[in-house]
Design a protein around this ligand. Structure first.
Ligand code: ARG
Length: 458
């Protein structure tokens, strides 16, 4: 009885418990397309090297085409007994084309096979993520352009600090997502190396042409050490690290959307299709989407911890521990892609409430720094100016007005060099326009950045 690839050696069948414990087909069948693609490249190379015949290669291609159809139509019979995606496909191939199917595994192990499959699969997912990150940046750039001159109270410590352009604030996230995209592109280079040819761990005695397989699979080169090729999953770990950072950026943005939507801020609203109601409170529109994104960030960071911990105690070379890389990796990809997709849509549905933002900016003496800068231009040392303005703020607090609302005579009491031209500076618009430096928040600079991003993203 031969239901398993190695069973001649075994004197009793595998326990059902063990079968279920070790089987990965329930989740790794997701790799089937990469598995077939890798096998076809391997078979073509075996034939070109004269290791298998042209007829065998043709039979393998025929069988794989049939299997592809079966899987696509949902007719493929995945068997838990056959442990994983690799053995399932190989067994079906042999059923379909006989000995040619049995020759496919020449010079190959599931160890280099699975590492190749995961890399091929992940590479395609990274490309998808790159596209989504571009779309998200474009949506944010659009929002930034429309709101370049809209004034938002900028916060430090969540206390009103200085006025900033709402567009500038959106472009801060564009910078973060641009770095995320760079990180994924960098990870991709290291994902895109070929393990096949490493075999189980030591390489193989067959004259394989690894470079040919790499070219066929559009990989940038072959892994240069067989032990390393089959055993390290650092590429998956660094992918998950990059994904965690991207999720952290989304989570920070989410936190702001949630705050800004609350009645105490009222800075924005989200399109109704992105909010949910309450089963008891009829007035509610809740920001469930950003809240979930913030929550799912924990899940992805958890996967990073899981994967990196999975690796830490493993001796070289392959260990079955590595089968545990798949679920966290798959879930990381799904979570990030779903989140990016929904954020692209949601950003397009943000309505900005400029009056509420301005009102809030007027409540925290947001232009106090501008008054200090004004005094410096009149010749005072900055530290003295800072102290004088602190007195003026104290007075404004006592009168329950904003600094900009103190009458001129009152301001002059703090320093005689203050003239009527100060009010232009103390205005929110004046403060904003004054920060006309590269990377600064003046609407002119914001629009220049919008143009730069547009070009970069096109
Ligand atoms: N399903 C296995 C994995 O995901 C494939 C490699 C198994 N190799 C082995 N020698 N048990 O890692």
């Amino acid at each position: 009885h031969k239901s398993q690839a190695w069973s001649a050696l075994f004197s009793e069948p595998m326990s059902e418990l063990v079968k279920r414990y070790t089987s990965s087909v329930a989740f790794d069948k997701r790799l089937w397309r990469a598995d077939i693609r890798g096998s076809l490249a391997h078979a073509a190379m075996l034939a070109a090297q004269g290791i298998i015949s042209q007829e065998d290669q043709a039979a393998i291609e025929r069988g794989m085409a049939q299997i592809t159809g079966e899987i696509e139509r949902g007719e493929f019979d995945w068997k838990l007994d056959l442990e994983d995606v690799h053995l399932n496909i190989e067994a079906r191939l042999t059923q379909l084309v006989g000995d040619a199917g049995k020759r496919l595994h020449t010079g190959r192990s599931r160890n280099d096979q699975v590492a190749t499959d995961v890399r091929l699969w992940l590479r395609a997912e990274i490309d998808l993520i790159g596209g989504l990150l571009t779309q998200l940046q474009q949506a944010l750039v659009g929002l930034a352009e429309q709101n370049a001159a809209v004034i938002l109270p900028g916060f430090t410590h969540l206390q009103v600090a200085q006025p900033v352009s709402f567009g500038h604030h959106m472009l801060a996230y564009v910078e973060m997502f641009a770095r995320d995209a760079e990180r994924f592109a960098d990870v991709r280079r290291r994902v895109n190396r070929l393990p096949l040819g490493a075999a189980a761990l030591a390489g193989t005695s067959y004259p394989l042409d690894r470079e040919r397989v790499a070219r066929e699979l559009e990989m940038e080169g072959v892994c240069q050490n067989s032990l390393d090729a089959v055993s390290d999953r650092d590429f998956a770990i660094e992918f998950t690290a990059a994904a965690s950072l991207a999720m952290v950026h989304i989570s920070r943005f989410s936190e702001e959307l949630i705050l800004w939507m609350s009645q105490n801020f009222g800075f924005i609203s989200l399109a109704d299709r992105f909010t949910t109601g309450s089963s008891i409170m009829p007035q509610k529109k809740n920001p469930d989407v950003p809240e979930l994104a913030r929550g799912k960030t924990g899940r992805v960071v958890g996967h990073l911890m899981g994967l990196i911990t999975l690796m830490k105690g493993q001796p070289l070379a392959y260990n079955k521990d590595n089968q545990e890389d798949k679920e966290p990796l798959f879930d990381t990809v799904d979570t990030l892609q779903d989140t990016l997709r929904i954020f692209v849509e949601m950003v397009g549905g943000i309505t900005v409430r400029p009056e509420a933002m301005e009102r809030a900016a007027r409540r925290g003496h947001a232009t106090a720094t501008d008054l200090a800068d004004y005094l410096v231009k009149k010749g005072l040392p900055f530290r003295d100016a800072h102290e004088i303005v602190a007195h003026a703020v104290k007075e404004a607090n006592a009168r329950q007005v904003d600094l900009a609302e103190l009458p001129l005579a009152q301001l002059q009491a703090f320093h005689p060099s203050i003239d009527a031209d100060v009010f232009e500076l103390l205005s929110l618009q004046g403060s904003l326009s004054a920060r006309d430096i590269v990377g600064g928040t003046s609407p002119r600079q914001v629009l220049a950045q919008v143009a730069r991003h547009r070009q970069r993203l096109s």
